[in-house]
Design a protein around this ligand. Structure first.
Ligand code: 8YV
Length: 328
């Protein structure tokens, strides 16, 4: 008897075919009001869920009494009530590793775009305002040789350190839950306190998960430790930062600029004050958004889900405490 899977993120034909061979699949095309209603109506029959960018809380999952596994097409798991899932014995999996390099590329794209004012100057050319050789008014700042500060030394933080050290000759500072000697050896990185990193780094980059401990980590006090020529980069989660305090620091030119791929509320409101600041490069949470990487993530999520529904431990299990080793 095929198990029932509720899909709230479209899969490629190849992956959809693979899933349908082994499960009865219901697809929610779009997470608009109609789609959410259809999802709620389908939850009572679902043994498996696969998707991303939807808050799965107790209120919603109480509608799914048969649920055995949730496969997130993401590395971040802040959209999930992990304690609730574990209490119910529901296996949550995610897709680490496959998106590491692509997301670190995005981080470096924001470092370069913000430091060299790429978006601002490209828009000037597109608007036909390039009338003469550009001068100091349009100069950006160097990246090579500057100090790269990384807050959160996980897979993505390490990949960012590699880019900075190997590619741009940047001294690397990092702050993390604990020192990582291997990273220090590979990239000549130096572990330091959050305060020291904020004071010394030319680029302050957030690459850490959103948890109860990291929410609001970067607020007014922390931003005040940064230097006027330093640049703030966020490719983690918007809620790690007090966005109003960041806007103030930018408006008062207490920091030079910001490259942001994530925001407190997404999509970012068109009237956000961030979008009125030319020294801000804002991108639409595109960290892992390449054809290759999103297909690899979806493939990883399908592998995780099919393993869980077959009573096997998913390769990327998030809540190990929920694993009893008994077939579902
Ligand atoms: C996307 C991400 O939001 O993996 C994550 O945690 O933030 C990004 O890759 C996610 O993959 C949604 O599809």
């Amino acid at each position: 008897m095929k198990k029932h899977v509720l899909l709230y993120k479209k899969l490629s034909p190849v992956l959809m075919d693979r899933l349908q061979q082994q499960a009865e699949v219901t697809l929610i095309d779009e997470l608009n009001a109609e789609g959410l209603q259809a999802l709620r109506q389908a939850l009572p029959r679902a043994q498996g869920l696969l998707g991303a960018s939807l808050r799965l809380d107790a209120e919603l999952l109480d509608l799914a009494p048969q649920l055995q596994a949730v496969a997130s097409v993401s590395v971040g798991v802040d959209n999930y009530d992990i304690d609730y899932l574990t209490r119910r014995g529901i296996l949550l999996s995610n897709t680490p590793d496959v998106l590491t390099e692509t997301t670190a590329d995005t981080g470096f794209a924001l470092i370069l775009a913000t430091a060299r004012r790429v978006v601002e100057l490209a828009n000037m050319v597109r608007a036909g305002q390039w009338q003469r050789t550009i001068g100091p008014l349009h100069f950006g700042s160097d990246v090579h040789g500057k100090t790269l500060g990384i807050i959160g030394m996980g897979r993505i933080g390490e990949a960012l350190a590699q880019r900075g050290h190997c590619g741009f000759g940047m001294p690397v500072l990092y702050h993390s839950t604990r020192p990582k000697p291997a990273v220090e050896q590979r990239f000549n990185a130096r572990y330091c306190s959050l305060e020291q990193l904020l004071q010394e780094a030319d680029f302050v980059c957030l690459t850490l998960p959103l948890t109860d401990q990291t929410q609001g980590l970067i607020g007014r006090r922390e931003l005040a430790l940064m230097r006027p020529e330093s640049i703030f980069i966020n490719i983690s989660r918007g809620k790690v930062v007090d966005e109003a305090a960041l806007i103030e620091a930018l408006q008062e030119r207490r920091i030079r600029g910001a490259g942001l791929d994530v925001f407190e509320r997404e999509p970012l409101a068109p009237d956000s004050r961030l979008l009125q600041l030319p020294q801000v490069v804002a991108t639409p949470h595109m960290g892992s958004a390449t054809h290759e990487t999103r297909e690899a993530m979806a493939r990883c999520a399908v592998d995780n889900l099919l393993a869980a529904l077959a009573g096997k431990r998913p390769p990327n299990l998030v809540n190990a405490q929920a694993w009893t080793g008994q077939p579902g």
